[in-house]
Design a binder for this molecule. Sequence first.
Ligand code: PLP
Length: 357
Amino acid sequence: MYSKDGNMKDIKTPRICDVVWHNGEFIKWDDARVHVMSHVLHYGSSIFEGIRCYSTKQGPAVFRLREHMQRFLNSARIYRMDHPWTMDDLCNAAVELIRQSGMDQCYIRPILFRSLDEGHPAFGVNPFPNPLACYIGAWDWGKYLGDEAIEQGVDVCVSTWNRLTPNSMPAMAKSGANYMNSQLIKMEALLNGFAEGIALDDRGYVSEGSGENIFAVTGDIVLTPPLSSSILPGITRDSVIQICQELGIVVKERTIQRAALYVADELFFSGTAAEITPIRSVDRITVGRGGRGPITEKIQKVFFEITKGERPAPGKWLTYVNETKAAPAENNGHAPAKVRDDSDTTPILSFQTATQD
Ligand SMILES: Cc1ncc(COP(=O)(O)O)c(C=O)c1O
């Protein structure tokens, strides 16, 4: 029933950080456990983030840390998760975790969820009686859609599963439960021999991949679905929009029909895990010339130069881990360090958008 490939292949994980940040302290990886009766396991009550830290000449640098943490805080607010963590607490914790990991590059995973009060257990859907737990883990993660994907592109399909409707599950919150929908899209794609699936929204317009936003290039114009197409407001998507604007490439948010995917000159995914990955075919129809197109390559090149700290970003996008103050000794080295933060200080409530049509 299941394809061996779909089950076995996964992203390379060369290293995992052996400490995890938990509710303000650093604990061992082996101690980062939950009870099986935790609310989150039964009712999907978690919100999370995925952040990349890149290797640069000045040491590890976190890409758009504050924007990711702002989305984390927004997701928590949407799900009425009343927690004590501030933007600075979370940013400091992530930076200190990377420092403790000794890794030069990694993927960072903050997660906030409803757990179980073992003294006063609550088993119903009502989430409020359950305590919240916040963790941050980190690992070194390879190329999300395969090692060759960044240059050669990936073969994808349009999923038979639709993305979430705005009044059922909010796509703008990065909640664990949304990823049940992503898993349906991903499993179907893998079992049919594709690297990824593209979901349409409930009206039939292109929404996004199971874990990526999507861009189409037609002539010299770059198009991407608007937030109203039930997408996650991707931080890489926002970075692509800003890079296009800086390069003088016209970029527009526009509803995209499924058939427009088949006749686009270029298509690519954007995402923290997938970075910028070209799409070379959709439903076995070749996109453009069937590889990475010139505009995708141009945007990709600038994106990677920025993440490596080799080119100035349109905003202050990198937080350099080595330029933060050390954790105070009286806290046993476990208190969050003060972060010297290069990111914009203005809270980002909605991400910069392209021209709307
Ligand atoms: C469903 C979905 N859409 C889009 C994205 C891309 O968002 P970002 O660029 O912030 O990683 C992701 C990845 O987090 C995702 O899971």
